[in-house]
Every structure is written in C-alpha cells, then in structure tokens.
Design a protein around this ligand. Structure first.
Ligand code: KIV
Length: 263
C-alpha cells in the first residue's frame, strides 16, 4: 500500500490488510520484500528494541530515527508512526510539531491512542493534511490507568463507549482504526458499523486486517507470548542455535575454514 486511498479500496473490496510493527531498515527491507501492506513504527519500539518496561518511554526523539531508518529500508511502502505518550495532551502546537517531525522523518500517517480529550488534535492534524489512524481498546500508553495489560471493553457499558468512540474517529476523518485486545464480537460489530478499515490485534478474526509486532511473529521473544501473537517462525530457537554454532566453531577453531580465509 502506498496511500490512504489504498486502505479505503481494501475496505471497499473486503481485501484483508496485513501490517507489522518494525523499527529498522534491515527489517523494513524484509517486510518490503513480502506481501505485507504497511509498516507501523510503533511505540512498542521502546520495549522491544530499547528494553523499557512500557511504551510510555517512547518520545518523539526516540521514534524519529526509527521512522527514518524504516523509510530507508521500506522503499515506498506505507508507514504509520505512533504519536508517543502525552504528545496529544500538551496542546495543538506540541502535537502538531510531534506529528510533523514523524512525517518529515518518512511516515505517511500517525497513529493516535484514544479519542476522548484530544478530538481537537485529531481534527487539527487531519485538517492539516496528516492522515490519522485511530487506536482503541487496550491502548498501552494508558497501562497505568488500566492497571495492567488486560482485555478491554468486556462490559456492555465499556463496549458501547468503544463503539461510540470508533464512530467518532470515523467522523473526525481517521483513515483506519486499530482495535487491540477487545472481544472478537465487539471488534466484528465495530467493523460492520464503520466504513474505514479496522486492524485487529488480539481482537478476533473479523476485523478488516491484522497487525503484529515483527519480533513477536518471528518468535524472537520467548518471554512475551500472548495467545493472539502466533509465532510464524521459531526465531528464538533458530537465532540462539546459530549463535551457539558460531561460538562453538570459534572456540574449536573450525571457523574460519580455509575457504573463508582472505589470502
Ligand atoms: O506500538 C505498537 O507496536 C502498536 C501495535 C501493537 C498496534 O501500537
């Protein structure tokens, strides 16, 4: 996908959309060589690549070099960048500056968690020509308010509120909506209600598309294996196996072999 018009077309034609969260040029090049439709430079980079305990540690300064690196690897693939923690809460000017920095680094769009309390920012960015992807359900920047990483909107009242917020995001002009860790039936109902595509993560099989973090789908992190994150590769085992082979070969002096010498 190259523009938001491709998202609209995929929704119209009921073509499922596949997105991965990736953070550097090497991985972006791999993604660009696959049929994956878009890359999210998620604030999950703070946890996955920088080892922080939550996404609240992602700042614009941390994200911008990752967006630039992904753009260098991704060719003209569509890139969405997360607007980081509190960037929507400090007023229009700081939010606009943050979104501008991400777009200038190479993103085509920004993703914003939640809607209540920062509708003005969402409307202002869209009105300024910056496409916005919404994100409802388990919005990790609010982990402390949620009291942990839990399924959201299980109760009828919370489900109705999420439905209303999804409709509001579409009215504001969001081009797509991530639904994270909500019951599948609710995600399906939201998807039927909206004309923009929904992108699920832990939200069942009836959204318009799915997003996974690349490190999770490659099975690289054995200590993070939520039920929804299918391991499409035994990455941890393969990589640690290769590293063991390398170290063993060095210590046994079987690497480098004669053919690997530079004469
Ligand atoms: O930061 C991220 O990677 C995300 C996805 C998990 C949706 O927001």
């Amino acid at each position: 996908m190259k523009t938001i018009l491709d998202f609209a077309r995929a929704r119209r034609e009921q073509q499922p959309i596949a997105i991965v969260a990736a953070y550097d040029a090497l991985m972006a090049r791999l993604v660009a060589a696959s049929p994956v439709d878009a890359i999210l430079v998620g604030d999950s980079v703070a946890m996955v690549s920088h080892g922080f305990p939550s996404t609240v540690h992602a700042s614009v300064e941390l994200l911008v070099p990752h967006v630039a690196a992904v753009r260098r690897g991704a060719g003209d693939l569509f890139i969405i960048a997360d607007l980081p923690f509190l960037a929507t809460r400090q007023g229009l000017a700081p939010a606009t500056a943050a979104a501008g920095a991400l777009i200038q680094a190479g993103a085509n769009a920004v993703k914003i968690e939640g809607v209540a309390g920062h509708e003005d920012v969402i409307a202002h960015l869209i009105g300024s020509g910056i496409p916005v992807m919404g994100h409802l359900g388990l919005t990790p920047q609010s982990v402390h308010q949620f009291g942990g990483y839990r399924i959201q909107a299980r109760e009828p009242e919370a489900a109705a509120q999420l439905q209303a917020e999804a409709v509001r995001l579409e009215q504001l002009g969001a081009f797509a909506l991530v639904l994270e860790c909500v019951p599948g039936a609710l995600a399906a109902a939201v998807t039927r209600t909206l004309t923009i595509p929904t992108i699920g993560i832990g939200a069942g099989g009836e959204t318009s598309g799915q997003v996974l973090v690349l490190a999770d789908l490659l099975g690289l992190n054995p200590s993070f294996q939520p039920r929804f994150a299918r391991r499409f590769l035994a990455g941890h085992e393969l990589v640690t196996g290769a590293l063991t082979d390398f170290a063993t070969s060095v210590k046994a002096r079987t690497f480098p072999a004669a053919a690997e010498f530079i004469a």
